[in-house]
Design a protein around this ligand. Structure first.
Ligand code: ZN
Length: 226
């Protein structure tokens, strides 16, 4: 699916359409591609940024005498990913789920900073690591649970990764990837980076899109993404 989508984006860039047209076309065009190749690529309104590789991990509960159970379904993960690709696709950014999901045993309910830090032991180089867990306690206000977080390992601040709870809403992964790509919170209702929603369409603005592209380019240039 992601490959098809990327192929189609390449074709559209080759066509040299204006940016707004490209965006409208893209949203309705998922899955239609497969008739372009990199050799036909020409510079469009945006320079091309490779798909951002994600390394996805899913926590599973392992109890003796019972079958291991993953905290989220494959559909839950792919819905989150589709939403991230839809929202960032308007800025010619995409996320690629390249390898089989890794399983983490028994790091399912994260209560403390130490629990979050413990995930760093799994980190794969060259990708944005995303961990799906069962529950994510708010470490500042333990009365609350979080839907997701872009976390930095306190023992090594260079290690940053996304954690998404099984209680997340559809746009949570996209929101956290927004942080990963350099965007802070917004106070504008229904903005992807805002907590405020009223059921209207979720969006990123031009400035946020430009910031995300700039950050993605820098992450590839520094080889943090490969
Ligand atoms: Zn946030």
């Amino acid at each position: 699916m992601t490959q098809l989508r990327n192929a189609f984006l390449r074709v559209m860039r080759f066509g040299g359409q204006t940016q707004p047209m490209l965006r409208r076309t893209f949203i309705g065009a998922v899955g239609m591609g497969a008739f372009g190749s990199a050799s036909t690529l020409m510079a469009g309104p945006n320079d091309v940024i490779r798909p951002i590789p994600l390394r996805i991990w899913v926590a599973q509960r392992v109890v003796e005498g019972e079958a291991p159970s993953a905290v989220v379904t494959a559909t839950f993960v792919s819905d989150q990913l589709s939403e991230a690709n839809r929202l960032f696709g308007g800025f010619d950014l995409s996320f690629e789920d390249r390898v089989e999901h890794g399983l983490i045993v028994n790091l399912t309910d994260l209560e403390t900073r130490a629990d979050r830090n413990a995930l760093a032991g799994q980190l794969a180089k060259g990708s944005c690591n995303v961990f799906f867990v069962g529950r994510l306690r708010d470490v500042d206000d333990p009365q609350l649970n979080r839907m997701g977080v872009m976390w930095r390992n306190l023992a090594n601040l260079k290690q940053k990764y996304v954690i998404v709870s099984s209680q997340a809403r559809e746009t949570t992964l996209a929101h956290e990837l927004g942080h990963y790509l350099g965007n802070g919170h917004s106070g504008v209702k229904n903005n992807l980076m805002s907590y405020e929603r009223d059921g209207g369409e979720v969006f990123l603005d031009e400035k946020q899109g430009a910031k995300a592209r700039k950050t993605a380019r820098a992450l590839f240039a520094s080889k943090e993404l490969q």
